[in-house]
Design a protein around this ligand. Structure first.
Ligand code: ADP
Ligand code: MG
Length: 266
């Protein structure tokens, strides 16, 4: 175990044989996935196949029952002592989570904070070892820069209720970027949006993808997946059934389950 964990890892994210059960139901049945630095993995698959659970194991919002995950060579949620894994203390886990940005379907902005405060608050509050805690002024400056990046500099003082769903989700993306995470996770970032607001959010994610941010994205937007993914991962019933380039998966799927899924959604 120790040897495999200290061996040089190829991927920025290495998910190895991850298992997870809820009660007697095994919802992840040994999932392995590598995402290279700057890579974009898009996970698709039917509802209930374990996509959200897999994302949540990456930042230890769900504990794995088997297997392990490393980010930049560092085990997530555990440390090796002797030849056994021990769960990290809460403080250490929170520290690790500052390296992993997550964007949810329902934005999850703080309703009583402005757009800028939502973005700028995180780096002031979060303790980042190795990085100085940012001053308020510095966090504001950086917050405005990030709002500019998602096209919302002019809405910095608006409260979430004054923003459209698409704008709120763009603020949520800026907030996820504020801690300079090594990787960003997206769980169906456009599923709660009215159709006319979907593209403004996808455009922001597309910009991140082309600028070299490492991304893992769960989405049902197949056209977008084809555009941005280096790797498309098809999950069904707690397993990765097939993965490959968009061309492989969309145009030449090998597995009957993959073909059957795409025949319904494409
Ligand atoms: P997906 O995101 O692909 O729709 P999920 O990861 O949300 O799938 O869910 C996979 C399975 O795990 C589903 O059967 C779901 O009902 C179950 N599940 C997810 N979270 C929990 C939980 N906290 N407790 C019990 N069952 C859960
Ligand atoms: Mg889900």
């Amino acid at each position: 175990m120790t040897a495999t964990l200290t061996a040089a890892t190829r991927g920025l994210v290495e998910i190895t044989g991850v298992r997870k059960s809820f009660g007697t139901t095994e919802v992840l049945k040994g999932v392995s996935l590598t995402v290279e630095p700057g890579g974009v993995a898009v996970i698709v698959g039917p509802s209930g196949s374990g996509k959200s659970t897999l994302l949540r194991t990456i930042n230890h919002l769900e504990k794995v029952d088997g297997g392990h995950i490393t980010i930049d060579g560092q085990l997530v949620g555990y440390e090796v002592r002797g030849d056994r894994l021990h769960e990290l203390r809460e403080k250490e886990i929170l520290k690790q989570r500052t390296e992993i940005g997550m964007v949810f379907q329902n934005f999850n902005l703080f309703p009583h904070l402005t757009a800028l405060e939502n973005v700028a608050e995180a780096p002031v509050v979060a303790h980042q070892p190795g990085k100085a805690r940012r001053s308020k002024a510095e966090a504001r400056r950086r917050g405005l820069e990030l709002l500019d990046r998602v096209g919302l500099k002019d809405r910095a003082d608006a409260y979430p209720r004054q923003l459209s769903g698409g704008q709120q989700q763009r603020v949520a993306i800026a907030r996820a970027l504020a801690l300079d995470p090594k990787i960003l996770l997206f769980d169906e970032p456009t599923s709660a949006l009215d159709p006319e607001l979907v593209n403004e959010v996808l455009d922001v994610i597309r910009e991140l993808a082309t600028s070299g941010t490492t991304l893992i994205i769960v989405t049902h937007e197949m056209g977008f997946a084809r555009d941005v993914a280096d790797t498309v991962v098809f999950m069904d019933q707690g397993q990765i059934v097939e993965q490959g380039t968009p061309q492989d998966i969309f145009s030449n799927p090998q597995e009957p389950r993959t073909r059957s899924f795409f025949s319904k959604v494409l």
